[in-house]
Write a protein that binds this ligand. Structure first.
Ligand SMILES: [Zn+2]
Length: 88
């Protein structure tokens, strides 16, 4: 089952290993340097993964994980978008 490994990613907050489809991917676009939610995996650049839950998002923001890994702040618009997605 070696092939399955490439679909596994780690949440930047709780560090749990999950399948890619169970995580949200946030990418800093190599070209524009903008931070975006990488919905279709069409953006290329440095990426982080986070669980689809509010706790991981809030903790990651508090601990400044996005800034550390992407070396940019998470834009307010992206935060809002994430909260909207996760608030279900
Ligand atoms: Zn998590």
């Amino acid at each position: 089952m070696k092939n399955n490994k490439k679909f596994l990613r780690q949440c930047i907050d709780c560090r749990k290993i999950k399948r890619k489809e169970d995580l949200i991917r946030i990418t800093k676009d190599n070209k524009t340097k903008e931070i975006k939610i990488n919905k279709n995996n069409k953006i290329y650049g440095r990426s982080v993964y986070i669980c689809k839950n509010i706790e991981c998002l809030e903790n990651a923001i508090k601990k400044k994980k996005f800034e550390k890994i992407l070396s940019s702040n998470l834009p307010e618009s992206i935060k809002e978008e994430l909260y909207a997605v996760l608030k279900k």
